[in-house]
Write a new protein. Structure first.
Lengths: 185, 210
């Protein structure tokens, strides 16, 4: 997980760049922090719960992989979610990704999240080749609103940040690792 | 926090062609509302007590986020917040901004939280998105970010602390949810959740025994 830094388009958030660069670099920073908080754990670490919650670090990895596919592939680009999501009966099992993460091996969970992020990066790069932050997604909510790319990126930053807060305390309970940001390479 | 009807209204009007500042303000507002909501209905003890080994607690999260907001979206853009924040002073003990002393009332800290965000709102209104500020505690090459960059930072910062509050609150009384108006969780009762948790625990045990 820690090698993710090498793949990120921006080493750290740009400070006075354009809107898209700021949003993308902040999203990448949040992905990197999330990866660090979930990284280098064995199956027991990824399956551990706190005293009260059903949330696990493995479940977070699988959930964020789904959210990546949902926002960037499905909503932004109109593509199918793809495997393993397409075969799930979400009505019958709305918490499928959280529940089934306990059955997955660590390398499967890490690979799933990495692949989802790689796909998102490619889709965003393709979208930016033809439009900017105002470009509409392919998706429309039932009330008629259509999100634009700006909204998709802001939502993903929100999503990662909130879940990284969960990961902070889950990881602290697993092995005591704490801190705001991964060590600089 | 006060309801921000104009912001919500513009969101409902449509997303495409939206104003970047309005949109980021919307995300910031719902992050800080969620964090404050996590303290609702808790006793004086529960709102202060540490739930993890490093002492994370709800009132401390409010105190910290209020202080950070007053800095990033106040002093850093030439608009001093004006209230003393002694827990951030150079000679303050480590983490003094992350918990409430017995002498600090809940009303004082919630009041500080509301005033700091009101000050931040005034800064956001007054300063253009592409104006640069000064953040002395950032790396030297990064100390002059735009308001846009700082807004995005504060959304992430506040949401991350709201994530801490999610876990702390769940440890206190088992309640969970993303925002006051939408839980974003399956619609189960306590028995459903207890069974759901047992199911996950069983799956983990079976997988762990392999």
């Amino acid at each position: 997980m820690t090698d993710d830094t090498e793949q990120t388009p921006f080493a750290s958030p740009v400070m006075a760049g354009d809107e898209i660069a700021t949003l993308l670099s902040t999203l990448e920073r949040n992905r990197r922090t999330f990866a660090w908080k979930c990284g280098n754990l064995d199956a027991d670490g990824l399956r551990a719960t706190t005293a009260a919650s059903t949330m696990t670090l493995g479940g977070l990895l699988k959930h964020l992989a789904l959210v990546e596919a949902d926002w960037f592939a499905a909503k932004l680009c109109g593509e199918p979610l793809g495997p393993p999501w397409d075969g799930v009966d979400w009505d019958a099992d709305p918490d499928w990704e959280w529940r089934t993460a306990a059955d997955d091996r660590p390398e499967e969970l890490y690979a799933l999240w990495h692949a989802a992020v790689a796909r998102s990066r490619a889709l965003v790069a393709a979208a930016l080749a033809t439009g900017g932050a105002d470009q509409p997604a392919r998706f429309t909510w039932p009330d008629g609103r259509t999100p634009n790319l700006r909204r998709v990126l802001a939502d993903m930053i929100e999503e990662y940040a909130r879940h990284t807060g969960h990961a902070d305390l889950l990881r602290e309970s697993v092995d005591g690792l704490v801190g705001e940001s991964p060590p600089r390479p | 926090m006060q309801a921000r009807t104009p912001v919500i209204g513009s969101m409902l009007a449509g997303m495409t062609g939206s104003d970047p500042k309005t949109e980021l303000h919307y995300y910031l507002t719902r992050a800080r509302d969620a964090l404050l909501w996590k303290t609702d209905g808790l006793s004086e003890y529960d709102v202060r007590r540490p739930l993890v080994p490093t002492g994370t607690n709800l009132l401390g999260l409010l105190k910290h986020v209020a202080s950070v907001a007053a800095g990033y979206l106040g002093d850093c853009f030439g608009r001093p917040f004006g209230e003393p924040l002694p827990w951030l002073a150079d000679d303050a003990e480590p983490n003094a901004d992350m918990w409430a002393t017995a002498d600090e009332s809940r009303e004082e800290i919630v009041g500080l939280y509301r005033r700091a965000w009101a000050h931040a709102d005034a800064t956001i209104d007054a300063v253009p998105l592409d104006a640069t500020g000064m953040v002395p505690w950032w790396r030297p090459e990064a100390r002059e970010p735009t308001l846009h960059r700082v807004l995005v930072h504060m959304i992430a910062e506040t949401e991350r602390h709201a994530g801490h509050a999610d876990i702390v609150r769940e440890l206190i009384d088992g309640s969970a949810g993303i925002r006051a108006d939408r839980s974003n969780l399956p619609d189960g009762d306590a028995a459903w959740w207890a069974a759901h948790r047992d199911r996950i625990e069983q799956a983990a045990k079976i997988a762990g025994a392999r």
